[in-house]
Design a protein around this ligand. Sequence first.
Ligand code: PLP
Length: 395
Amino acid sequence: MGTRVDFMGEELDRMKREGLYGTIRALDGPQGAWIKIDGERYLNLCSNNYLGLANDDRVKVRVKREMTRYGVGPGAVRTIAGTMRIHLELERRLAEFKGAEAAVVLQSGYCANVAAIPTLAGEGDVIFSDSLNHASIIDACRLSRARTVRYEHSDIRDLERQLAEHMDGPGRRLVITDGVFSMDGDIARLPEIVEAAERYGAITAVDDAHGEGVLGRGGRGIVDHFGLHGRVDVEIGTMSKAFGSVGGMIAGSSTLVDFVRQKARPNLFSSAMTVPDAAANLEALEIMSESDGLVRKLWDNGSYLKRRLSEHGFDVGRSETPITPVIIGEAGDARNFSARLFERGVFATAIVYPTVPKGTARIRVMVSAAHGREDLDFGIEQFVRTGTEMGVIGR
Ligand SMILES: *Cc1c(COP(=O)(O)O)cnc(C)c1O
């Protein structure tokens, strides 16, 4: 009895023995600069709530208002009865904000990749994918059944070499990259990627999950950051990070958006974004459109933290964005570092292999516009104490 399913328990035991089993903590209140876990307050340095909108008062008021009008559930997939006026309003506002012709919203950023990539490339086509691309891109490439060629991270010469090697054949070619690489905080070399793709007749797509609400004027994203309007075929994004709620999007030409609406399986076979999410995302857009104050605060906080930590001798890697990796080295040390921080009231998780290369295990620090200077100073102090104690700094 039970032998059919024993493999699960055995695998979980193995993960625990090897330190690969992740503890999942539950928050007893809203996301913010500080969070409550098991009755204690912790400085929150690991959420993607970049602009602090996840618990914003204006957003909550808007959600309540729209729920009164539309209820909560979409009741169906978009293509049957699940398209509500609020979805269309969000799409119109998103396209306007991003300076794209059109946009379509999906249930999440993960779904947006699964919607965009297999819809644009299939059997007989070739996808060129940065070696550090997000797991949802990797999954979407697999689902597409196209041949996927990985190029070295942000290595334009390697991309060109691969493009040249796959020039023959009738299939389409698609280049896909993360906009901001989440584990290091570096920005894709999009202008050069676009040039290379144009030269070889490839479609370009960028997944701007960590750039949405962060990069560009007032958080308009990576295309705006580089002034590449009209030259990137597909902008994929998420509203689950800076926007503070959950949702995905695809922006580009109206033909692309029409095509995705008609063809993409997550749009055809999974129900629409919920009303509270659509409402929250709409209000987040309003807030971001009115002022770039939150985006500025986020960048100020990121620069301050990086500067202070590196002054104290920490290796903060090659980040070009507010994402602040603090490189520790071995996985066990990074886990230990994170555990000691937690005891000191700081919640910042360790990121280890296979998410990052061996020997570069790190604490990835995520600041937000919700953090004040005194919050950051408290966090820095705990990093310095822990780093000194463990010999990570001051050696
Ligand atoms: C976070 C992330 C996603 C997933 O977005 P969700 O909305 O949480 O599904 C997709 N792509 C990249 C690059 C991400 O960083």
